[in-house]
Design a protein around this ligand. Structure first.
Ligand code: ZN
Length: 278
């Protein structure tokens, strides 16, 4: 009957090793067979008598699965999934979207976000947008100094909107190139300003445009106070944005958007053609 996979007395405590070693090899009263049986009996007896020491010794010479650390927390960490709660699906990577971004001249870098602090905050193919390169006839790119973190497909739409609509409209109205756009951070794991539902920012499908900085050094804020021409230019950008995004909010929509223009591509209802532009 095999009790423990003991291969040698060396795994036993030193005192027992000495005791076994002192067994009379030349004892004329016991045969070699009896000698081996007695030694085996003593080994087994020693193991039973000193289970802890034997276990430790065996562990040194016999591979065992790793043990749970003694200091491992008994309770789940705050970000662990509670029993019965669905784990957040791991965000997938949309390689085709990344390829389109590169082909369109939209500068970005991929980012790895830490685990979402609450359910509902999940961003697909997160990218940090840095700039949108103009067509060759333009002197500069449109820079995004806030480097907003966006879902790739929203970043694609946002970049095209800046280059294909905002920049030409500003150039046509004000006769100056668009140099950069202040946007805020893009991705934010939070609820909407009016509380309740999770914000489109929590999916990386929204950006907040604060101002347009122009090549002549001037800034075109989303809420220009005294210049009617500037106000008309911003209004034209805002109205046109409703063809690019599903939600456009800004000054006059509510108190939360008094100084910036929020654009997102969250689907409202069953149709992606439904718009909320206030
Ligand atoms: Zn917003």
């Amino acid at each position: 009957m095999a009790i423990f996979p003991i291969r040698s007395p060396e795994v036993l405590p030193r005192g027992l090793q000495r005791l076994i070693a002192a067994m009379p090899e030349s004892n004329h009263m016991v045969t070699k067979t009896n000698d081996r049986r007695i030694r085996a009996f003593l080994i087994i007896a020693a193991v039973l008598a000193f289970p802890r020491q034997a276990s430790a010794a065996i562990a040194e010479s016999w591979p065992l699965p790793p043990r749970r650390p003694a200091e491992a927390p008994l309770h789940p960490a705050p970000h662990d999934t509670a029993p019965g709660e669905q784990a957040e699906p791991k965000p997938s990577i949309d390689q085709a979207c990344l390829d389109r971004l590169r082909a369109a001249g939209i500068e970005f870098e991929m980012v790895t976000l830490p685990p979402a602090p609450k359910p509902g905050c999940s961003i697909e193919t997160p990218v940090r947008l840095k700039a949108v390169i103009f067509a060759p006839r333009w002197k500069t790119s449109i820079h995004l100094p806030d480097e907003p973190t966006l879902s790739c497909r929203f970043g694609e739409r946002f970049g095209h909107w800046l280059r294909d609509l905002v920049a030409p409209l500003i150039a046509g109205e004000l006769g100056v190139e668009l140099k950069s756009v202040r946007t805020g951070p893009g991705y934010e794991c939070r609820n909407r300003a009016e509380a309740g539902k999770i914000s489109a920012h929590a999916s990386g499908l929204a950006a907040d445009v604060v101002s347009f900085e122009l090549a002549n050094g001037r800034t075109l804020p989303i809420k220009p106070n005294d210049d009617e021409h500037l106000r008309a230019t911003v209004d034209a950008i805002r109205v046109a944005a409703c063809g690019w995004f599903t939600t456009v909010l800004g000054p006059g929509s509510d108190a939360a958007h008094a100084d910036h223009m929020h654009v997102d591509s969250l689907q409202h209802g069953s149709s992606d053609r439904y718009r909320i532009c206030l």
